[in-house]
Design a binder for this molecule. Structure first.
Ligand code: NDP
Length: 454
């Protein structure tokens, strides 16, 4: 391994021994940057790697709120403002009991490169809380969101930091946080994205991550010379949240068949596909009734695999769209053995390092999250642009721009891999991990050098 890369990874492991997810993300990114570091000694001279792994600012704060039983609850709030060399900090807020500094640092770090890849001017950040929104009343959610924003407002702003949603933060939560920010600041600004259509939101933002990941699959298949694309392919999807829902919808629109969706309790396997009336049921279950995925199996008499992930089910394409580290080594081996040709990460870091290695070695086209799920933040960038201009584009205009951005991200990752991969495969299948990481990194690294030692 390159000396600088090795040293920086070691420093992070020693300095933050408990931050396993952050170490994993830094290791994955930095190892793949080696060819770029070899080619550009100025990155070493300017200590770009050492600087880029340290957030510009991290805020941790108390969130005290009262529940419906008049009990006081205390949660932790976070915002990790990682890098603003190419634009205002941008990245989601996650509300989930597993949220920790390690998780948010890994997400914020990945966000730097993802945002750079979109071609828009956005820095990288991530935030959230260990608050668990499950089984909370609407009033409790509102009280929590208001309490969270009572502190977060000091650190964000339309030209400083523009948070968005992530796990556990959807349109409802963005609404409550936006309302509180607007009241505190006495200003209606584009400070959050993922807003409602009536108050500054963009068409296609809810759909953007799932649609974008599916467009990315299409591009990877075309690059393999598979002109049919998704049409006629069997697809396994994990998760049943925002990303999964719209990935299912776009796969259906493009003629593929989605045979699994899941939640943290289990997976449903529907060999006929989650489409037509079944898709309508699925969307109503998850978006309106906040139900569990098992109810789909109860309704349609299909198999429910309690406590299992979808990866044992044979497929042409696998799209992990739930959470980090949900495809481990054994899962990856099974996916490959079943004949899968493409894995596309709708979620952030759903594949472990060992799993990624297996995909790359076996000739599966592997779309890493930071390229494949960049459609969400890209559309957030389009929402920011519309807010600044005080205009709104039509759904068709936004979707076309999203599609174009995803094609560009694929091309950029593909061409960068062609240029930098020291061990290209003889069959021509590109290493998109190298391509995406280096393409995202180069722009940020050059901006950091140009802006001096800060
Ligand atoms: P949602 O909260 O809408 O959905 C998350 C889904 O994943 C749910 O089905 C949830 O099941 C499941 N899930 C969560 N944690 C676990 C776990 N530990 N084990 C198994 N299943 C789990 O989130 P999103 O769809 O928005 O996000 C999904 C992923 O995509 C995340 O990694 C996120 O960071 C990433 N992402 C999201 C973007 C967006 O625009 N929303 C943009 C880019 C990336 P349950 O209901 O049981 O918790």
């Amino acid at each position: 391994m390159n000396g600088t890369v090795e040293n920086v990874i070691e420093t992070i492991k020693n300095r933050y021994p408990e931050q396993k997810e952050f170490q994993q993300a830094v290791t994955e990114v930095l190892q793949s940057l080696e060819p770029a570091v070899e080619k550009h000694p100025e990155f070493v001279e300017n200590k770009i790697l050492e600087r880029i792994v340290e957030p510009e600012r991290t805020v941790i704060f108390r969130v005290a709120w009262m529940d419906d039983n008049k009990q006081i609850n205390i949660n932790r709030g976070y915002r990790v403002q990682f890098n603003s060399a190419i634009g205002p900090y941008k990245g989601g807020l996650r509300f989930h009991p597993t949220v920790s500094l390690s998780i948010l640092k890994f997400l914020g770090f990945e966000q730097i490169f993802k945002n750079s890849l979109t071609g828009l001017s956005m820095g990288g950040a991530k935030g959230g809380s260990d608050f668990d929104p499950k089984e909370k009343s609407d009033t409790e959610i509102m009280h929590f969101c208001q309490a969270f924003m009572n502190e977060l407002w000091r650190y964000i702003g339309p030209d400083t930091d523009v948070p968005a949603g992530d796990i556990g933060v959807g349109g409802r939560e963005i609404g409550y946080m936006f309302g509180q920010y607007r009241k505190i600041q006495n200003a209606f600004t584009g400070v959050l994205t993922g807003k409602g259509l009536e108050w500054g939101g963009s068409f296609i933002r809810p759909e953007a991550t799932g649609y974008g990941a599916t467009y990315f699959v299409e591009e990877m298949l075309k690059a393999r010379g598979d002109e049919n694309g998704i049409n006629g392919k069997v697809v396994t999807i994990s998760g049943s949240g925002n990303v999964a829902q719209y990935a299912v919808q776009k796969v259906n629109q493009l003629g593929g068949k989605v045979v699994t969706v899941s939640d943290s309790n289990g997976t449903i396997y529907d060999p006929e596909g989650v489409s037509g009336k079944k898709f309508d049921f699925f969307m109503d279950l998850k978006q309106n009734r906040m139900g569990r995925i098992k109810e789909y199996a109860d309704e349609f008499g299909v198999e429910y695999m309690e406590g299992k992930r979808p990866w044992s089910i044979p497929c042409d394409i696998a799209m992990p769209c739930a959470t980090q580290n949900e495809i481990e080594k054994d899962d990856a081996e099974q996916i490959v053995a079943n004949g899968c040709i493409a894995v596309c990460e709708g979620a952030n870091m759903p594949s472990t390092l060992e799993a990624i290695e297996i995909f790359l070695e076996s000739g599966v086209s592997f779309g890493p999250g930071k390229a494949a799920n960049a459609g969400g933040v890209a559309c957030s960038g389009l929402e920011m642009a519309q807010n600044s201009m005080r205009i709104r584009w039509s759904p068709e205009e936004v979707e076309e721009k999203l599609h174009e951005i995803m094609r560009n991200i694929h091309r950029n990752a593909y061409e960068t891999a062609t240029m930098y991969d020291p061990n290209p495969r003889p069959d021509g299948i590109r290493n998109y991990v190298i391509g995406a990481n280096i393409a995202g990194f180069l722009k940020v690294a050059k901006a950091m050098i140009a802006q001096g030692i800060i």
